[in-house]
Design a protein around this ligand. Structure first.
Ligand code: AMP
Length: 231
């Protein structure tokens, strides 16, 4: 088994590679954006990268297409190749926040091994933890404008006029996969592999757990505090 590496030291290349872990609705996207600004790291989210590759019609997108359309995981070798390519870009020279990858222990081991060959490793894994029912409630409150794509939340970010987009007045919609029963099913599928990935990195003592039910800025602060000892 690949050892993810011990100790707080970052990669020998000097750049920071962080991993953000959390279920759908835990606030990973929000925290990744804040951390990326604070720390000057590029945010690499697997789902977004795959969707972009599909839109751009790249060969990677074509190889991933059938799996994504079925809702299956894209094979590890394609996923790892994509991340390695992203990590080689100038934008990632200062480091990166990985999000959505690795999703399984097999991916974590493959990533550790690939990074190790380059003298690098994951510096810290940040797990944003939120109870399941709170996640369901958060995701179920999401609404999007079908015309301009603006996202709202019934509680956290309501539109000025209930049910209508602030920008164009269109009737807001709920995405099919944001419905409570669909969210519960997605969460059930995500949880086991995610716990196994955390366990894998726990063995190296590099996991920081933060309470994702706290206000956004408090969560960001907790993450930054957790990282401070490492820099
Ligand atoms: P997401 O937006 O994170 O739900 O990802 C959308 C789709 O991208 C997934 O259904 C998979 O097909 C693919 N994908 C995202 N992350 C990974 C990963 N770590 N490994 C394999 N496939 C992935």
């Amino acid at each position: 088994m690949t050892d993810p590496g011990r100790g707080p030291a970052a990669s020998s290349t000097g750049r920071r590679i962080l991993l953000l872990v959390g279920s759908v609705g835990a606030g990973k996207g929000t925290q990744a954006a804040a951390l990326s600004r604070e720390l000057g790291l590029v945010h690499l989210a697997s789902g977004n990268l795959f969707r972009q590759a599909l839109r751009d019609g790249t060969s990677l997108g074509e190889r991933a297409r059938a799996y994504m359309q079925r809702g299956d995981l894209v094979p590890d070798e394609i996923t790892i190749e994509m991340f390695m390519e992203e990590l080689s870009r100038p934008a990632a020279v200062g480091g990166a926040i990985l999000d959505g990858f690795p999703r399984t222990v097999a991916q974590a081991q493959a990533l550790d091994a690939t990074l190790a060959r380059r003298g690098e490793r994951i510096e810290r894994v940040i797990s944003i933890e939120v109870p399941v029912e709170e996640l369901v409630a958060r995701v179920a409150g999401r609404r999007v404008c079908p015309v301009c794509g603006t996202a709202y939340h019934l509680v956290a970010e309501p539109p000025r006029v209930p049910g209508r987009c602030d920008l164009d007045g269109a009737e807001l919609q709920q995405r099919d996969d944001d419905r409570p029963e669909v969210v519960r099913a997605r969460l059930a599928k995500q949880v086991m592999p995610m716990l196994e990935v955390l366990e894998h990195y726990d063995r190296a003592g590099i996991v920081t757990r933060v309470d994702g039910t706290l206000p956004i800025q408090v969560v960001t602060r907790a993450i930054l505090d957790g990282l401070r000892g490492d820099s």
